[in-house]
Ligand binder design. Sequence first.
Ligand code: PHE
Length: 377
Amino acid sequence: MLADGTAVDYAETAQEALARIAAAESLDQVEALRVAFLGKQGSISALLKTLGAMSPEQRQTEGPKIHSLREAVTAGLGARKSALEQAALEQRLAAERLDLTLPAPERPQGSVHPVSQVMDELAEIFADLGFAVATGPEIEDDWHNFTALNMPESHPARAMHDTFYFPERNAEGREMLLRTHTSPVQIRTMLAEGAPLRVIAPGRVYRSDSDATHTPMFHQIEGLVIDKGIHLGHLKWTLETFLKAFFERDDIVLRLRPSYFPFTEPSVEVDTGFAFVDGRRVVGGSGDEPGHGWMELLGSGMVNRRVLEAGGLDPDEWQGFAFGVGVDRLAMLKYGMNDLRAFFDGDVRWLDHYGFGALDVPTLSSGVGTPNVGRGA
Ligand code: PHE
């Protein structure tokens, strides 16, 4: 009954309300109906408010009817809401079904840069010969990079390495520079580990040089062996064994030429014989054969006494040999690239062509390098 005394047909009101709810086609419509019936200004809320104005007897008869009307509408709204939600979910499940028989979309895959590949190959070859890998900082002080390697201040050999200096000195007052070779790792390793030693030290080095065969940054690998009674024969055998494994051929012929490095005495430059095949240098055979030549491959020698002393070792007790090779050059020779600058351009097409598959880990037993299984191949 309304305030003005009009009687309300609750059954009809309920039926009407439930019919409208059943016709709601979206969750938004259900919510609009909830507001219209049960909201603050809603029609059923208005009926509830009339209870306050009724006499106790009236309230007893009208109260339960209004409350059950409200419950019926509330339940109807809830039922419609979950029916609509369920339908939406079913539609989504049908639309989003995965077809596992579809081919997977292709994803671009990275490749291993030839320099990284060759470093891994070298580490593998030297590990087999009992060498550990040592490292040192690329920002070096001039004591490790020069002085301890028997290149005192104002030594002319420092100029050969003309390089990148930093404006600040380090805490010990030493000049700081981008290391010009991996040889300072010799000193660091001797000081840290003493003797005997068998290490290689791969890494980046820097010189102010730039043309088709020189980049301001390039890669070297240093070798150092310290023990008792070490002589040039050990050096030659080690280099020959390493180069045979690296180039995967038995006919590597080396030519040792006297040379000069302040940190080795005697010093030898090592050349290897090669043949021209289709205009390319292919390592192997003696350089004296017709159509062949010699090319310089690396610098090496017996570790200078002064270097052993700087490394904290007694040169009357310990001897050793050391060598330094350009990694980029080895990569170019083995895998037939001719412009060093392309190594560091970051051109994806070059990497597609010369890169290596990430899972193609070099091992001695599988052939240290399986070329060109890059992304495109
Ligand atoms: N550090 C020398 C260079 O960069 C190479 C080298 C290493 C020579 C070890 C002798 C012994 O040219």
